[in-house]
Design a protein around this ligand. Sequence first.
Ligand SMILES: [Zn+2]
Length: 402
Amino acid sequence: MGNTFEFSSRTKIAFGIDRSLELGKDVKKLSRSNKAVLITDPGIIKAGLADHVIGALEKEDIEIQVFHNVQSDPMAGSIDEAAEIIRSCGAKCVLGLGGGSAMDVAKMAALVAGGERAAMHYALMANPFAPKSICTIMIPTTSGTGAEVTNTVVFSDENKRKVWAWDAEMAPDMAIIDPQLTAALPAQLTAATTFDALVHAIEACTGKRTTPIIEAFSLQAIRLISQNIKKVLHRPDDLEARGKLALAATMAGMAIEQGGTGIAHCIGHALGTLARIHHGKAVTIALMATYMWNAEAAVTMYAEIARALGVKDEGLTEKELALAGASQFSQMVAESGLNLSLQDENLSAADIDCFLEVMESEENAPMRLNNCRLATSADLKQFAADILQTSSKSKDLNQSIL
Ligand SMILES: [Zn+2]
């Protein structure tokens, strides 16, 4: 921990079952207007969640335009289309409804619409955004990315290269956490997104930029996830437990917003570049491969994490406790039934050089360098070999509770 740090959150958080039904009032209060653009994806429309939100807006006479051309791993072109709609209807409020992709498009399009240039003009902060003139409200429908409270977005250029954009003003003005909206999420997606949040929490509090405030958010997020994931997977309509997972994801988002992520996200992004593998699944595979290696280097923090994961500490030394967290994490993953196989992704041991190259790339350096233990090229090669070897067999090893 450094001697000085700052901690701020620009996003107001509103939590509650059916809290999204009050959305119309939030739009009026925040934007002092009755026009808004709703950005979502086709899956959310199909699941009826967009209608739910549109109904809440119409109840307050909000004029609403819907943009739903958002794919997972969104493209810059999708952001430009959304920004054009925002400009042409003169909306002063943009709503993002969905997982990380829909929220990222909403956050970025609201800033892009305030200027005249296309999204790629601002990629990797090559140029500053015009001052923010359009407010943003995020309504997550998964409990994972934490995009509802972060000031970073990820999107792809026309060559499918992943790029980032960030700005203090990218942080949403408001996040509405309504567990009801996550109730219909299928078990595999519930598990994958929840483990993404868990990896965020673990990486933020063990990273080089951690502070006691980040530790507080991270450790509580880890507790809430370890105490509630089984409940939700057994009873998907348990809204109290769903609410705890949703809050954990938001808290873990606040933790990475300040503390960043680490090696599991470096490896996870590399897996996502090699194959279109779900981000939550990718970082879960990556943390399983690196947990022990990390825990050996940050024993005290990993011992705290093990307690938060539910490991009983009687009779264990601090180091034994730290390392016991690894098997607790693996057991949680196995019990969730999350399919970790890479066979369906067409990845094999032959992909090792390409995998290594992406891990060591410039764009993955911030995650690699923030990790509690510095990974050498030899370390990365070993992780890559382990992942490509074990994940091709792991399908049979899962003991699903579902
Ligand atoms: Zn993540």
